[in-house]
Design a protein around this ligand. Structure first.
Ligand code: SAM
Length: 284
């Protein structure tokens, strides 16, 4: 039940790079509220200045959220409305705000989302990896032993895995992923999304690790790492094996016979193998 006379806590998504991604509704709400609780007030002040807004700011970050929450809650209960923002993307998604949102909801204050950018969804939407089911893992542990232990727990996960990673740790993490999840797993690195140097690279984990090492001089940026789920990885492995068999058979046999024989050897679907055989034969 909504608390009578209380204000509204708006959870406002802000750009992950391109300022044009701040929605008109987000701008309107940030102009209208009495207070903006921001992860970094300097960062948000610059955003507000860009849009000509002068709403008062209050710092609410990982280190002061516990003590700040009762103060913000008191203002909400007194009838003021508050916008919660983080430095980039959607608050609470690997960002501060959980305590405040939970306290507001528990107290009966209305919490309303102003949806918009999030690196997780932006990266997933362009990755080309299956999106109907996925697991958001946020940041992996920073120490390699703990990171590898977590990755090992995830090795059999069938859904697409999505990780956030700090700029300077992408390379080490990729190496650990290749080791624990398999060097041949399909993966994607989405960097600097919505910014000038936006890049989305696909390949196996080992290909991406090699490419990144060779590209050491290139400007580094924030990245989302996405990895195909285990079953998808297995079926990719099966595809690679079927292609290997087809290549051998096609050296001796016509396409139709090669596909039939490959289906008998590997148990794959004849139609699919025939299509792959045609593709391979065409490439020769
Ligand atoms: N709350 C944010 C969101 O909704 O996306 C995420 C905040 S988290 C502290 C920061 C991480 O998000 C970065 O380390 C990176 O993994 C990812 N990220 C943020 N902006 C990005 C961008 N423009 N391109 C790629 N990844 C980004």
């Amino acid at each position: 039940m909504t608390k009578h006379g209380a204000g509204v806590l708006y959870v406002v998504a802000t750009p992950i790079g391109n300022l044009e991604d701040l929605s008109p509704r987000a701008q309107r709400v940030m102009a209208a509220v009495q207070l903006i609780a921001a992860e970094d007030t300097r960062h948000t002040r610059a955003l507000l200045a860009h849009f000509g807004l002068r709403t008062p700011l209050l710092a609410l970050h990982d280190h002061n959220e516990a003590e700040c929450t009762p103060r913000v809650l008191a203002r909400l209960l007194a009838g003021e409305s508050v916008a919660l923002v983080s430095d980039a993307g959607t608050p609470l998604i690997s960002d501060p705000g959980f305590n405040l949102v939970r306290a507001a909801r528990t107290t009966g204050v209305t919490v309303s989302p102003i949806p918009g950018p999030s690196a997780l969804i932006a990266a997933l939407s362009v990755s080309g990896l299956p999106t109907e089911r996925f697991v958001f893992e946020g940041f992996l542990p920073t120490r390699s032993a703990a990171r590898r232990a977590r990755l090992t727990e995830l090795a059999a996960e069938a859904r697409t895995l999505v990780f956030y990673e700090a700029v300077h740790r992408v390379q080490e993490s990729l190496a650990d992923m290749a080791q624990t999840l398999g060097a041949e797993r399909a993966a994607v690195i989405a960097r600097e999304l919505t910014k000038v140097h936006e890049t989305v690279s696909s390949g196996t984990l080992s290909e991406l690790a090699t490419r990144l090492a060779a590209d050491a001089a290139a400007p580094k940026g924030e990245a989302v790492v996405l990895v195909a789920g285990a079953v998808q990885a297995q079926s990719r492995g099966a595809d690679i094996e079927a292609q290997r068999v087809l290549r051998i058979l096609l050296a001796e046999l016509p396409v139709k016979q090669a596909a039939e024989l490959a289906a008998r050897i590997g148990g794959g679907r004849k139609n699919r193998l025939y299509a792959t055989a045609l593709e391979i034969a065409g490439r020769k």
